[in-house]
Design a protein around this ligand. Structure first.
Ligand code: EPU
Length: 467
């Protein structure tokens, strides 16, 4: 398992190109299962989760190819045939979004077996709403040996109201309903931009979907879908993470190819805390966000919410920033029941945080000192990288395979704008205890030279489950 070695205290300055959204690219790839024609996706991020879904498609017998383009990858998927309708545990446990193949495979082939994902670091995360919704569409589902076994002899449109808003639940049912007979209405649907992006792709493939982006989505079933080309939207969480990186280092970053419209709640909260953010609203193709920050912030309370509220996927990064703000911020996590593991690691770096169920009290401003810390999930690892950038001395972030799941070569991109962050391999002895000053002592510099090997990211699947 690779680690990141960060020397804190460096101010970031420069331009960063934002990648395509992982959480939009994954359902878009699953949507390609709805047709036997070629679906071409552009601006697909080069992150490990995309590789995991490609492995799953391969397992199913579906052809896909990847071409490197100037912005992101071009992924072509042609699901002419299916060798097996089974999404095995080994792949699903690596990435919960594998469950997105359930709806499309059931709708097109009438039978699918998908391993139940099980719990993960941030919460229980059941898929009962996906199952209930598919049953409403006329499928028969049973759970045996840890798998959901679903069959349908033609799905039929239905009115489905989600008890809880679910992003992938909405996406799964929306995809399934495109090939159902008659009309499906999804109420209390997720309004995330990624849902809307998926609806755009599906409509390009011949689906009839209205209302995506609102909490009520209407889908008129069609008998078949065809191939299409689609460019994936920019990653709003990656954008928010880079905004926070600029802020926490008192830096100046220009973020290109992003969409500020998808970050209204995030930009508003960070601005309230004192981060200076300007967005160009002119053209839509390549929009820019500029962050110009000193390191004086005020504590502002935060409650995570479904879109258009403040995203749970930015909560950990916001907490890192709040350790550097004057005053006490209460952070309330409403989406997942266990998404504060990063707080415990930041406390080891000197953060003053009290956890009380789904609330965290962050008292600032604290001096963070570099330490060995361990990432527990994708966004927790982003938080620890941010804390490391702000800390005095060296921070070693373990289990960075989590960050590779959703951020494209983040250490290279941060290095280019002035951060000191290196990927090191696990097979060498580590130079801890590290120097606690921001300057490396001659001795530790020597030991680093001997023991650190920089590597490019490992894209192979991790043995541990995740988001
Ligand atoms: N829920 C249920 N039953 C279900 C489905 C969800 O009770 O059948 C609950 C969950 O346990 C959770 C809440 O509903 O408490 C919301 O979960 P949701 O289904 O919306 O999450 P998801 O679709 O599994 C997506 C993103 C996550 C992001 C959440 C919330 C993808 C591939 N994943 O997950 O992204 O945190 O929505 O916005 O789109 C990440 O990128 O780091 C990440 C975790």
């Amino acid at each position: 398992m690779d680690k990141f070695l960060i020397e804190g205290g460096k101010r970031l300055e420069g331009r960063v190109a934002i990648s395509g959204a992982k959480n939009a690219a994954l359902p878009a790839m699953a949507a390609a299962l709805l047709t036997d024609q070629r679906v071409v996706l552009r601006n697909v991020p080069r992150v490990r989760d995309i590789g995991t879904l490609r492995s799953l498609l391969e397992e199913l017998g579906v052809d896909s190819s990847v071409t490197h383009e100037e912005r992101g990858n071009r992924v072509e998927i042609e699901a002419r045939r299916l060798i097996t309708p089974v999404a095995p545990y080994e792949l699903v446990k690596q990435m919960r979004a594998s469950v997105l193949v359930l709806g499309p495979l059931l709708a097109r082939f009438g039978h699918v077996r998908v391993s139940l994902p099980g719990g993960c670091a941030i919460g229980a995360r059941p898929i009962n709403l996906h199952i209930k919704g598919l049953e409403k569409l006329g499928a028969a589902l049973k759970i045996d040996h840890g798998y959901v076994d679903a069959t349908a002899n033609g799905l039929k449109g239905a009115l489905i109201r989600f008890d809880t808003i679910s992003v992938t639940g909405t996406e799964n049912l929306m995809m399934a309903a495109t090939l159902a007979q008659g009309e499906t209405v999804l109420q209390n649907a997720a309004r995330e931009p990624e849902v809307q992006d998926l609806a755009d792709l599906l409509n390009r493939m011949g689906a009839k979907i209205e209302g995506a982006g609102s909490d009520e989505i209407m889908i008129q079933g069609v008998s078949r879908l065809h191939g299409a080309e689609h460019t994936v939207i920019p990653d709003r969480i990656e954008t928010g993470t880079f905004i926070t990186a600029a802020a926490i280092t008192g830096g100046h970053l220009i973020l290109e190819h992003c969409n500020p419209d998808h970050l209204t709640a995030i930009i508003s909260k960070l601005s309230e805390a004192g981060v200076r953010i300007t967005c160009n609203s002119a053209e839509t193709a390549s929009r820019v966000i500029e962050v110009h920050s000193n390191t004086v912030f005020s504590a502002v309370d935060l409650t995570t919410q479904e879109y258009p509220g403040f995203a749970t996927d930015m909560q950990a990064q916001y907490m890192a920033l709040m350790t550097q703000a004057e005053g006490t911020a209460t952070i309330t996590e409403t989406i997942f029941e266990n998404r504060f593991l990063h707080a415990l690691e930041m406390m080891r770096m000197g953060a003053d945080i009290t956890l009380d169920g789904r609330r965290a009290l962050v008292r600032g401003k604290t001096r963070l000192s570099g330490a060995q810390v361990q990432a527990s999930d994708l966004r927790a690892s982003a938080c620890l990288v941010l804390a490391g950038l702000a800390a005095e001395g060296q921070t070693l972030v373990d289990r960075v395979y989590h960050i590779d799941r959703g951020y494209e070569r983040i250490e290279e991109r941060l290095t280019r704008v002035g951060a000191s962050i290196r990927r090191i391999s696990e097979d060498r002895s580590l130079p801890f205890p590290l120097s606690h000053s921001s300057r490396t002592s001659p001795q530790s510099a020597r030991s680093l030279a001997l023991s650190v090997r920089c590597e490019s990211p490992q894209w192979q699947a991790s043995p541990l489950g995740g988001v």
